[in-house]
Ligand binder design. Sequence first.
Ligand code: MTE
Ligand code: MO
Length: 514
Amino acid sequence: MSEHGGVTTEVRRSRWYLALAGAIAGGAGVAVAHALTNLLNARATPIQSVAEVVIAITPGPVAELLIGLVGRNDKPILVAGVTLAVLGLGALAGVLSARSRVLPNLVFLAMFVLAFVAALVRPGFTAVSVLPLAAGAVTWVVLLAVLVDAVPEERPAEAERPVGSRRFVLLAGATTVLAIGVGVSGRFFGRSRRAIETTRRLLRLPATRGVAPAGAEVGLAGLTPWRVPNNAFYRIDTALVLPAIDPTEWRLRVHGMVDREVTLTYQDLLDTELTEAWVTLCCVSNEVGGDLIGNAWWSGVRIADVLARAGVSPDADAVKQTSADGWTCGTPIEALTDGRDALLAVAMNGRPLPVDHGFPVRMVVPGLYGFVSATKWVVDLEVTRFDKFTAYWTERGWSAQGPVKTQSRIEVPRNRDEVASGRVRVGGQAWAQHTGIERVEVRLDGNAWAEAVLGGVPSTDTWVQWSATLDVPPGDHTLAVRATDKSGYTQTAAIADVVPDGATGWHTIGFTAS
Ligand SMILES: Nc1nc2c(c(=O)[nH]1)N[C@H]1C(S)=C(S)[C@@H](COP(=O)(O)O)O[C@H]1N2
Ligand SMILES: [Mo]
Protein backbone atom coordinates (compact mmCIF):
# COMPACT_ATOMS: atom_id res chain seq x y z
CA MET A 1 0.00 0.00 0.00
CA SER A 2 1.42 3.39 -0.94
CA GLU A 3 1.84 5.91 1.78
CA HIS A 4 -0.72 8.14 0.12
CA GLY A 5 -3.25 5.33 -0.13
CA GLY A 6 -2.67 4.46 3.50
CA VAL A 7 -3.45 7.96 4.56
CA THR A 8 -6.79 8.08 2.78
CA THR A 9 -8.04 4.75 4.05
CA GLU A 10 -7.09 5.56 7.61
CA VAL A 11 -8.71 8.96 7.61
CA ARG A 12 -11.91 7.44 6.29
CA ARG A 13 -11.80 4.63 8.73
CA SER A 14 -11.62 7.09 11.60
CA ARG A 15 -14.64 8.88 10.28
CA TRP A 16 -16.48 5.60 10.12
CA TYR A 17 -15.57 4.87 13.72
CA LEU A 18 -16.85 8.26 14.79
CA ALA A 19 -20.06 7.82 12.87
CA LEU A 20 -20.46 4.36 14.37
CA ALA A 21 -19.88 5.73 17.86
CA GLY A 22 -22.56 8.37 17.27
CA ALA A 23 -25.06 5.91 15.82
CA ILE A 24 -24.57 3.53 18.75
CA ALA A 25 -25.06 6.39 21.22
CA GLY A 26 -28.22 7.40 19.30
CA GLY A 27 -29.59 3.86 19.34
CA ALA A 28 -28.77 3.36 23.02
CA GLY A 29 -30.66 6.56 23.84
CA VAL A 30 -33.68 5.24 21.94
CA ALA A 31 -33.47 1.93 23.85
CA VAL A 32 -33.22 3.63 27.25
CA ALA A 33 -36.16 5.93 26.47
CA HIS A 34 -38.18 2.94 25.26
CA ALA A 35 -37.55 0.89 28.40
CA LEU A 36 -38.26 3.82 30.68
CA THR A 37 -41.51 4.62 28.83
CA ASN A 38 -42.74 1.14 29.67
CA LEU A 39 -41.40 1.20 33.19
CA LEU A 40 -43.18 4.49 33.95
CA ASN A 41 -46.27 3.55 31.96
CA ALA A 42 -45.91 6.74 29.97
CA ARG A 43 -48.30 6.92 27.01
CA ALA A 44 -45.80 6.80 24.16
CA THR A 45 -42.08 6.54 23.53
CA PRO A 46 -40.37 9.68 22.15
CA ILE A 47 -40.04 7.86 18.81
CA GLN A 48 -43.77 7.17 18.77
CA SER A 49 -44.62 10.78 19.67
CA VAL A 50 -42.48 12.07 16.80
CA ALA A 51 -44.00 9.50 14.42
CA GLU A 52 -47.49 10.58 15.52
CA VAL A 53 -46.67 14.17 14.73
CA VAL A 54 -45.34 13.10 11.33
CA ILE A 55 -48.71 11.39 10.72
CA ALA A 56 -50.58 14.48 11.88
CA ILE A 57 -48.69 16.94 9.66
CA THR A 58 -48.45 14.78 6.54
CA PRO A 59 -50.78 16.32 3.92
CA GLY A 60 -53.69 14.05 2.93
CA PRO A 61 -52.61 13.35 -0.67
CA VAL A 62 -49.06 12.49 0.43
CA ALA A 63 -50.43 10.13 3.08
CA GLU A 64 -52.69 8.50 0.47
CA LEU A 65 -49.74 8.02 -1.86
CA LEU A 66 -47.52 6.50 0.82
CA ILE A 67 -50.23 4.21 2.18
CA GLY A 68 -50.85 3.17 -1.43
CA LEU A 69 -47.16 2.22 -1.67
CA VAL A 70 -46.66 0.40 1.63
CA GLY A 71 -50.23 -0.53 2.59
CA ARG A 72 -50.95 -1.52 6.17
CA ASN A 73 -47.23 -1.48 7.04
CA ASP A 74 -47.26 2.31 7.11
CA LYS A 75 -46.98 2.59 10.89
CA PRO A 76 -44.14 0.11 11.49
CA ILE A 77 -42.27 1.66 8.54
CA LEU A 78 -42.75 5.13 9.99
CA VAL A 79 -41.47 4.07 13.41
CA ALA A 80 -38.48 2.37 11.78
CA GLY A 81 -37.88 5.52 9.72
CA VAL A 82 -37.84 7.80 12.77
CA THR A 83 -35.51 5.37 14.58
CA LEU A 84 -33.16 5.30 11.57
CA ALA A 85 -33.22 9.10 11.51
CA VAL A 86 -32.05 9.12 15.14
CA LEU A 87 -29.25 6.68 14.28
CA GLY A 88 -28.32 8.82 11.26
CA LEU A 89 -28.28 12.05 13.23
CA GLY A 90 -26.32 10.25 15.94
CA ALA A 91 -23.76 9.28 13.30
CA LEU A 92 -23.63 12.90 12.18
CA ALA A 93 -23.01 13.98 15.78
CA GLY A 94 -20.21 11.41 15.93
CA VAL A 95 -18.53 12.74 12.81
CA LEU A 96 -18.92 16.33 14.00
CA SER A 97 -17.16 15.48 17.24
CA ALA A 98 -13.91 15.40 15.27
CA ARG A 99 -14.25 19.16 14.88
CA SER A 100 -15.87 20.41 18.03
CA ARG A 101 -17.21 19.46 21.42
CA VAL A 102 -20.30 21.64 21.10
CA LEU A 103 -21.64 20.75 17.64
CA PRO A 104 -22.47 17.08 18.32
CA ASN A 105 -24.32 17.99 21.47
CA LEU A 106 -26.28 20.58 19.51
CA VAL A 107 -27.47 17.77 17.24
CA PHE A 108 -28.69 15.84 20.27
CA LEU A 109 -30.22 18.97 21.75
CA ALA A 110 -32.13 19.59 18.51
CA MET A 111 -33.45 16.01 18.59
CA PHE A 112 -34.40 16.44 22.24
CA VAL A 113 -36.31 19.66 21.54
CA LEU A 114 -38.10 18.12 18.57
CA ALA A 115 -39.19 15.07 20.57
CA PHE A 116 -40.15 17.26 23.51
CA VAL A 117 -42.39 19.44 21.35
CA ALA A 118 -43.87 16.30 19.78
CA ALA A 119 -44.77 14.94 23.22
CA LEU A 120 -46.14 18.34 24.21
CA VAL A 121 -48.58 18.65 21.32
CA ARG A 122 -49.91 15.10 21.64
CA PRO A 123 -52.74 14.36 24.06
CA GLY A 124 -51.81 12.91 27.44
CA PHE A 125 -48.70 14.99 28.03
CA THR A 126 -47.47 14.81 31.63
CA ALA A 127 -44.19 15.57 33.36
CA VAL A 128 -43.63 11.82 33.51
CA SER A 129 -43.69 11.61 29.72
CA VAL A 130 -40.55 13.79 29.59
CA LEU A 131 -38.46 11.53 31.81
CA PRO A 132 -37.83 8.79 29.21
CA LEU A 133 -36.79 11.43 26.70
CA ALA A 134 -34.51 13.15 29.21
CA ALA A 135 -32.90 9.81 30.11
CA GLY A 136 -32.45 9.07 26.41
CA ALA A 137 -30.78 12.44 25.84
CA VAL A 138 -28.39 11.95 28.77
CA THR A 139 -27.54 8.52 27.35
CA TRP A 140 -26.75 10.12 24.00
CA VAL A 141 -24.43 12.74 25.43
CA VAL A 142 -22.60 10.49 27.88
CA LEU A 143 -22.19 7.54 25.51
CA LEU A 144 -21.07 9.74 22.66
CA ALA A 145 -18.33 11.21 24.86
CA VAL A 146 -17.25 7.76 26.09
CA LEU A 147 -17.29 6.10 22.68
CA VAL A 148 -15.65 8.98 20.83
CA ASP A 149 -12.93 8.92 23.44
CA ALA A 150 -12.32 5.29 22.58
CA VAL A 151 -12.14 5.85 18.83
CA PRO A 152 -8.60 5.04 17.77
CA GLU A 153 -6.54 8.08 16.86
CA GLU A 154 -5.50 8.70 13.31
CA ARG A 155 -1.88 7.68 12.80
CA PRO A 156 -1.41 7.88 9.05
CA ALA A 157 2.16 6.67 9.08
CA GLU A 158 1.52 3.59 11.17
CA ALA A 159 0.20 0.14 10.48
CA GLU A 160 -3.10 -0.69 8.79
CA ARG A 161 -5.02 -1.14 12.03
CA PRO A 162 -5.09 2.06 14.04
CA VAL A 163 -3.86 1.68 17.58
CA GLY A 164 -6.57 0.93 20.10
CA SER A 165 -9.15 -0.23 17.56
CA ARG A 166 -9.63 -3.43 19.55
CA ARG A 167 -10.68 -1.47 22.57
CA PHE A 168 -13.17 0.53 20.55
CA VAL A 169 -14.67 -2.53 18.92
CA LEU A 170 -15.11 -4.19 22.31
CA LEU A 171 -16.64 -1.11 23.90
CA ALA A 172 -18.92 -0.41 20.95
CA GLY A 173 -19.99 -4.06 20.80
CA ALA A 174 -20.70 -4.24 24.51
CA THR A 175 -22.71 -0.99 24.39
CA THR A 176 -24.76 -2.25 21.47
CA VAL A 177 -25.56 -5.54 23.17
CA LEU A 178 -26.46 -3.73 26.39
CA ALA A 179 -28.68 -1.25 24.54
CA ILE A 180 -30.54 -4.04 22.76
CA GLY A 181 -30.96 -5.81 26.10
CA VAL A 182 -32.36 -2.69 27.75
CA GLY A 183 -34.65 -2.01 24.80
CA VAL A 184 -36.02 -5.55 24.71
CA SER A 185 -36.43 -5.74 28.49
CA GLY A 186 -38.78 -2.77 28.19
CA ARG A 187 -41.53 -5.03 26.93
CA PHE A 188 -41.57 -6.91 30.23
CA PHE A 189 -42.01 -3.73 32.27
CA GLY A 190 -45.10 -2.43 30.48
CA ARG A 191 -48.11 -2.77 32.73
CA SER A 192 -50.75 -0.34 31.53
CA ARG A 193 -51.54 -1.98 28.20
CA ARG A 194 -51.67 -5.45 29.72
CA ALA A 195 -53.68 -4.22 32.69
CA ILE A 196 -56.30 -2.83 30.31
CA GLU A 197 -56.38 -6.11 28.38
CA THR A 198 -56.96 -7.98 31.64
CA THR A 199 -59.66 -5.56 32.76
CA ARG A 200 -61.34 -5.97 29.41
CA ARG A 201 -61.21 -9.76 29.52
CA LEU A 202 -62.75 -9.86 32.98
CA LEU A 203 -65.63 -7.50 32.12
CA ARG A 204 -69.06 -9.05 32.04
CA LEU A 205 -71.44 -6.86 30.07
CA PRO A 206 -75.19 -7.24 29.69
CA ALA A 207 -74.60 -7.72 25.96
CA THR A 208 -75.80 -10.66 23.89
CA ARG A 209 -73.99 -12.27 21.00
CA GLY A 210 -76.73 -11.68 18.43
CA VAL A 211 -78.32 -14.22 16.14
CA ALA A 212 -77.75 -13.90 12.42
CA PRO A 213 -80.97 -13.91 10.41
CA ALA A 214 -81.99 -17.06 8.59
CA GLY A 215 -80.20 -17.50 5.29
CA ALA A 216 -77.71 -14.68 5.90
CA GLU A 217 -75.04 -17.04 4.61
CA VAL A 218 -75.71 -18.04 1.02
CA GLY A 219 -73.42 -21.03 1.56
CA LEU A 220 -70.65 -20.38 -0.92
CA ALA A 221 -67.12 -21.37 0.12
CA GLY A 222 -64.69 -18.45 -0.08
CA LEU A 223 -67.10 -15.72 1.04
CA THR A 224 -66.27 -13.59 4.08
CA PRO A 225 -68.64 -14.69 6.86
CA TRP A 226 -71.76 -12.52 7.13
CA ARG A 227 -70.81 -11.83 10.76
CA VAL A 228 -67.17 -10.83 10.78
CA PRO A 229 -65.37 -12.05 13.94
CA ASN A 230 -63.69 -9.32 15.98
CA ASN A 231 -60.19 -10.55 15.23
CA ALA A 232 -60.84 -10.48 11.47
CA PHE A 233 -62.56 -7.09 11.41
CA TYR A 234 -60.78 -4.43 9.34
CA ARG A 235 -59.04 -1.75 11.34
CA ILE A 236 -58.48 1.86 10.32
CA ASP A 237 -57.21 4.63 12.55
CA THR A 238 -54.41 7.13 12.93
CA ALA A 239 -53.31 5.78 16.34
CA LEU A 240 -49.72 4.69 16.61
CA VAL A 241 -50.15 3.91 20.28
CA LEU A 242 -53.55 2.46 21.09
CA PRO A 243 -55.24 4.43 23.86
CA ALA A 244 -55.18 2.35 27.07
CA ILE A 245 -58.30 3.55 28.86
CA ASP A 246 -59.43 2.13 32.17
CA PRO A 247 -63.24 1.96 31.91
CA THR A 248 -63.61 3.15 35.50
CA GLU A 249 -61.73 6.31 34.53
CA TRP A 250 -63.50 6.82 31.20
CA ARG A 251 -65.75 9.89 30.97
CA LEU A 252 -67.83 11.19 28.10
CA ARG A 253 -68.40 14.92 28.13
CA VAL A 254 -71.44 16.16 26.19
CA HIS A 255 -71.38 19.92 25.76
CA GLY A 256 -71.58 22.80 23.29
CA MET A 257 -74.96 24.02 22.04
CA VAL A 258 -76.89 22.19 24.76
CA ASP A 259 -79.17 23.19 27.62
CA ARG A 260 -77.02 21.43 30.20
CA GLU A 261 -73.66 19.73 30.04
CA VAL A 262 -73.73 16.01 30.70
CA THR A 263 -70.85 13.81 31.81
CA LEU A 264 -71.31 10.05 31.54
CA THR A 265 -69.33 7.23 33.10
CA TYR A 266 -68.94 3.71 31.78
CA GLN A 267 -71.21 2.49 34.55
CA ASP A 268 -73.84 5.04 33.47
CA LEU A 269 -73.87 3.37 30.06
CA LEU A 270 -74.13 -0.13 31.54
CA ASP A 271 -76.98 1.02 33.78
CA THR A 272 -78.92 2.11 30.70
CA GLU A 273 -80.81 -0.51 28.75
CA LEU A 274 -78.52 -1.49 25.88
CA THR A 275 -79.72 -1.31 22.30
CA GLU A 276 -78.31 -4.07 20.12
CA ALA A 277 -78.15 -4.17 16.35
CA TRP A 278 -76.39 -5.61 13.34
CA VAL A 279 -74.55 -2.80 11.60
CA THR A 280 -72.10 -2.97 8.72
CA LEU A 281 -69.25 -0.52 9.12
CA CYS A 282 -67.21 0.56 6.12
CA CYS A 283 -64.38 2.89 5.31
CA VAL A 284 -64.55 5.70 2.79
CA SER A 285 -61.06 4.62 1.68
CA ASN A 286 -62.42 1.28 0.52
CA GLU A 287 -61.59 0.91 -3.17
CA VAL A 288 -64.14 -0.76 -5.41
CA GLY A 289 -63.75 -4.45 -4.53
CA GLY A 290 -61.76 -3.60 -1.38
CA ASP A 291 -61.94 -5.21 2.04
CA LEU A 292 -62.30 -2.22 4.39
CA ILE A 293 -65.77 -3.33 5.44
CA GLY A 294 -67.19 -5.59 8.13
CA ASN A 295 -70.46 -6.53 9.77
CA ALA A 296 -70.91 -7.02 13.51
CA TRP A 297 -73.47 -7.12 16.30
CA TRP A 298 -73.08 -3.96 18.35
CA SER A 299 -74.44 -3.28 21.84
CA GLY A 300 -74.63 0.22 23.23
CA VAL A 301 -76.58 3.23 24.34
CA ARG A 302 -78.62 5.25 21.86
CA ILE A 303 -76.84 8.54 21.14
CA ALA A 304 -80.24 10.18 20.66
CA ASP A 305 -81.06 9.49 24.33
CA VAL A 306 -77.78 11.00 25.50
CA LEU A 307 -78.34 14.08 23.33
CA ALA A 308 -81.91 14.39 24.66
CA ARG A 309 -80.58 14.43 28.23
CA ALA A 310 -78.31 17.33 27.32
CA GLY A 311 -81.00 19.16 25.37
CA VAL A 312 -79.82 20.06 21.86
CA SER A 313 -80.21 23.63 20.60
CA PRO A 314 -82.43 23.82 17.47
CA ASP A 315 -79.63 25.80 15.75
CA ALA A 316 -77.13 22.96 16.03
CA ASP A 317 -76.66 20.58 13.09
CA ALA A 318 -73.57 18.58 14.02
CA VAL A 319 -71.93 16.57 16.77
CA LYS A 320 -68.17 16.92 16.76
CA GLN A 321 -66.53 13.92 18.40
CA THR A 322 -63.06 13.77 19.90
CA SER A 323 -61.24 10.57 20.83
CA ALA A 324 -58.75 9.99 23.62
CA ASP A 325 -56.01 10.08 20.98
CA GLY A 326 -57.08 13.47 19.69
CA TRP A 327 -58.81 12.33 16.48
CA THR A 328 -61.95 14.25 15.50
CA CYS A 329 -64.94 13.91 13.20
CA GLY A 330 -68.36 15.45 12.73
CA THR A 331 -71.73 13.70 12.33
CA PRO A 332 -75.04 15.30 11.32
CA ILE A 333 -77.39 15.48 14.32
CA GLU A 334 -80.08 14.30 11.94
CA ALA A 335 -78.38 10.91 11.54
CA LEU A 336 -78.01 10.58 15.30
CA THR A 337 -81.62 11.36 16.16
CA ASP A 338 -83.77 10.09 13.26
CA GLY A 339 -84.48 6.76 14.90
CA ARG A 340 -81.68 4.66 13.40
CA ASP A 341 -79.46 2.61 15.72
CA ALA A 342 -76.77 5.26 16.25
CA LEU A 343 -74.92 3.94 19.29
CA LEU A 344 -72.29 4.63 21.86
CA ALA A 345 -71.18 1.03 21.59
CA VAL A 346 -69.60 -0.92 24.44
CA ALA A 347 -69.66 -4.37 22.87
CA MET A 348 -68.90 -5.91 19.50
CA ASN A 349 -70.24 -9.37 18.73
CA GLY A 350 -71.16 -9.80 22.39
CA ARG A 351 -67.71 -9.02 23.76
CA PRO A 352 -66.40 -5.78 25.25
CA LEU A 353 -64.98 -3.73 22.37
CA PRO A 354 -61.48 -4.90 21.46
CA VAL A 355 -58.89 -2.25 22.31
CA ASP A 356 -58.10 -1.64 18.64
CA HIS A 357 -61.80 -1.17 17.88
CA GLY A 358 -62.25 1.56 20.49
CA PHE A 359 -62.36 0.10 24.02
CA PRO A 360 -64.13 1.08 26.18
CA VAL A 361 -66.59 3.09 24.07
CA ARG A 362 -66.95 3.99 20.38
CA MET A 363 -69.63 5.37 18.11
CA VAL A 364 -71.41 3.36 15.43
CA VAL A 365 -73.84 5.08 13.05
CA PRO A 366 -75.58 3.02 10.36
CA GLY A 367 -75.41 4.55 6.89
CA LEU A 368 -72.34 6.76 7.32
CA TYR A 369 -68.71 6.03 6.56
CA GLY A 370 -66.49 5.51 9.60
CA PHE A 371 -64.49 8.70 9.06
CA VAL A 372 -67.54 10.88 9.80
CA SER A 373 -69.19 8.84 12.54
CA ALA A 374 -67.44 5.82 14.05
CA THR A 375 -65.15 7.50 16.60
CA LYS A 376 -63.22 4.93 18.63
CA TRP A 377 -62.07 5.69 22.20
CA VAL A 378 -64.60 8.53 22.14
CA VAL A 379 -64.40 10.94 25.10
CA ASP A 380 -66.08 14.15 23.96
CA LEU A 381 -69.26 15.06 22.09
CA GLU A 382 -69.64 18.72 21.20
CA VAL A 383 -72.99 19.79 19.86
CA THR A 384 -72.19 22.44 17.26
CA ARG A 385 -72.62 23.51 13.63
CA PHE A 386 -70.78 22.21 10.57
CA ASP A 387 -69.87 25.79 9.64
CA LYS A 388 -68.05 26.21 12.97
CA PHE A 389 -65.43 23.48 12.91
CA THR A 390 -63.21 21.27 10.79
CA ALA A 391 -62.24 17.71 11.67
CA TYR A 392 -59.24 15.43 11.17
CA TRP A 393 -60.06 14.23 7.65
CA THR A 394 -61.87 17.34 6.41
CA GLU A 395 -58.64 19.23 7.12
CA ARG A 396 -56.96 16.78 4.75
CA GLY A 397 -59.19 17.19 1.74
CA TRP A 398 -62.02 14.78 2.55
CA SER A 399 -65.69 15.62 2.58
CA ALA A 400 -67.48 16.84 5.72
CA GLN A 401 -70.45 14.61 4.92
CA GLY A 402 -70.09 10.90 4.33
CA PRO A 403 -73.22 8.89 3.57
CA VAL A 404 -72.25 5.39 2.42
CA LYS A 405 -72.44 4.86 -1.34
CA THR A 406 -74.30 1.81 -2.65
CA GLN A 407 -71.66 -0.78 -3.54
CA SER A 408 -71.15 -4.45 -4.32
CA ARG A 409 -68.19 -6.75 -4.72
CA ILE A 410 -67.31 -10.17 -6.09
CA GLU A 411 -65.45 -12.51 -3.74
CA VAL A 412 -65.85 -15.78 -5.64
CA PRO A 413 -64.10 -16.28 -7.95
CA ARG A 414 -61.16 -14.07 -7.13
CA ASN A 415 -59.55 -11.99 -9.83
CA ARG A 416 -57.39 -14.25 -12.09
CA ASP A 417 -58.76 -17.48 -10.56
CA GLU A 418 -59.05 -20.61 -12.68
CA VAL A 419 -62.32 -22.48 -12.46
CA ALA A 420 -63.81 -25.55 -14.16
CA SER A 421 -66.08 -24.54 -17.05
CA GLY A 422 -69.79 -25.35 -16.99
CA ARG A 423 -72.14 -24.29 -14.22
CA VAL A 424 -70.12 -21.89 -12.06
CA ARG A 425 -71.38 -20.41 -8.81
CA VAL A 426 -70.20 -16.86 -8.11
CA GLY A 427 -70.89 -14.61 -5.15
CA GLY A 428 -70.03 -11.70 -2.93
CA GLN A 429 -71.65 -8.93 -0.91
CA ALA A 430 -73.60 -5.74 -1.59
CA TRP A 431 -74.35 -2.88 0.78
CA ALA A 432 -76.27 0.38 1.02
CA GLN A 433 -76.49 0.84 4.77
CA HIS A 434 -79.71 2.36 6.06
CA THR A 435 -81.20 2.30 2.55
CA GLY A 436 -81.02 -1.43 1.91
CA ILE A 437 -80.22 -3.57 -1.11
CA GLU A 438 -83.08 -4.35 -3.48
CA ARG A 439 -81.31 -6.25 -6.23
CA VAL A 440 -77.86 -7.48 -7.31
CA GLU A 441 -77.01 -8.31 -10.89
CA VAL A 442 -73.98 -9.90 -12.48
CA ARG A 443 -72.76 -9.79 -16.05
CA LEU A 444 -70.48 -12.34 -17.66
CA ASP A 445 -68.48 -10.80 -20.52
CA GLY A 446 -70.85 -8.89 -22.82
CA ASN A 447 -73.95 -10.91 -21.89
CA ALA A 448 -77.15 -9.58 -20.38
CA TRP A 449 -77.26 -8.77 -16.67
CA ALA A 450 -78.46 -11.74 -14.62
CA GLU A 451 -80.16 -11.34 -11.26
CA ALA A 452 -78.40 -12.84 -8.25
CA VAL A 453 -80.01 -14.56 -5.27
CA LEU A 454 -79.77 -12.55 -2.04
CA GLY A 455 -79.09 -13.82 1.47
CA GLY A 456 -81.22 -12.86 4.45
CA VAL A 457 -80.77 -9.59 6.34
CA PRO A 458 -82.21 -8.31 9.63
CA SER A 459 -82.56 -4.68 8.50
CA THR A 460 -81.36 -2.24 5.88
CA ASP A 461 -78.25 -1.51 7.97
CA THR A 462 -76.16 -4.51 6.97
CA TRP A 463 -74.50 -5.89 3.93
CA VAL A 464 -76.14 -8.76 2.09
CA GLN A 465 -74.50 -11.82 0.59
CA TRP A 466 -75.41 -12.64 -3.00
CA SER A 467 -74.75 -15.58 -5.29
CA ALA A 468 -75.54 -16.54 -8.86
CA THR A 469 -74.95 -19.61 -11.00
CA LEU A 470 -73.71 -18.94 -14.51
CA ASP A 471 -73.02 -21.04 -17.60
CA VAL A 472 -69.36 -20.48 -18.26
CA PRO A 473 -67.70 -21.84 -21.43
CA PRO A 474 -63.94 -22.56 -21.44
CA GLY A 475 -61.78 -19.47 -21.97
CA ASP A 476 -61.01 -16.09 -20.43
CA HIS A 477 -63.90 -14.13 -18.93
CA THR A 478 -64.76 -10.95 -17.14
CA LEU A 479 -67.42 -10.74 -14.47
CA ALA A 480 -69.03 -7.50 -13.29
CA VAL A 481 -71.48 -6.83 -10.46
CA ARG A 482 -73.84 -3.97 -9.70
CA ALA A 483 -76.42 -3.40 -7.00
CA THR A 484 -79.67 -1.49 -6.91
CA ASP A 485 -80.72 -0.12 -3.54
CA LYS A 486 -84.19 0.25 -2.09
CA SER A 487 -84.36 3.90 -3.16
CA GLY A 488 -84.28 2.61 -6.74
CA TYR A 489 -80.74 3.81 -7.43
CA THR A 490 -78.53 1.48 -9.48
CA GLN A 491 -74.79 1.73 -8.98
CA THR A 492 -73.11 3.93 -11.56
CA ALA A 493 -70.41 2.49 -13.79
CA ALA A 494 -68.57 5.81 -13.56
CA ILE A 495 -65.33 5.34 -11.70
CA ALA A 496 -64.69 7.75 -8.84
CA ASP A 497 -61.68 7.78 -6.55
CA VAL A 498 -62.11 7.24 -2.80
CA VAL A 499 -61.25 10.91 -2.15
CA PRO A 500 -63.24 12.97 -1.14
CA ASP A 501 -66.37 10.94 -0.32
CA GLY A 502 -66.07 7.33 -1.49
CA ALA A 503 -65.38 5.28 -4.62
CA THR A 504 -67.89 4.41 -7.32
CA GLY A 505 -67.78 1.98 -10.22
CA TRP A 506 -68.66 -1.66 -10.85
CA HIS A 507 -66.39 -4.29 -9.34
CA THR A 508 -65.12 -6.26 -12.32
CA ILE A 509 -62.79 -9.25 -12.26
CA GLY A 510 -61.14 -11.51 -14.81
CA PHE A 511 -60.98 -15.31 -14.56
CA THR A 512 -60.30 -18.34 -16.69
CA ALA A 513 -62.49 -21.40 -17.16
CA SER A 514 -60.88 -24.62 -18.36
N1 MTE B 1 -60.13 7.57 17.35
C1 MTE B 1 -60.31 7.23 16.06
N2 MTE B 1 -61.50 6.73 15.66
C2 MTE B 1 -61.69 6.37 14.37
C3 MTE B 1 -60.67 6.54 13.41
C4 MTE B 1 -59.42 7.08 13.86
O1 MTE B 1 -58.48 7.25 13.08
N3 MTE B 1 -59.28 7.40 15.19
N4 MTE B 1 -60.88 6.16 12.11
C5 MTE B 1 -62.28 6.08 11.65
C6 MTE B 1 -62.39 5.41 10.38
S1 MTE B 1 -61.77 6.23 9.03
C7 MTE B 1 -63.03 4.21 10.24
S2 MTE B 1 -63.34 3.58 8.72
C8 MTE B 1 -63.48 3.44 11.42
C9 MTE B 1 -62.89 2.05 11.40
O2 MTE B 1 -63.29 1.34 12.55
P1 MTE B 1 -62.62 -0.07 12.85
O3 MTE B 1 -61.13 0.14 12.92
O4 MTE B 1 -63.20 -0.56 14.12
O5 MTE B 1 -62.97 -0.97 11.69
O6 MTE B 1 -63.08 4.05 12.62
C10 MTE B 1 -63.21 5.45 12.67
N5 MTE B 1 -62.90 5.88 14.01
MO1 MO C 1 -62.28 5.09 7.22
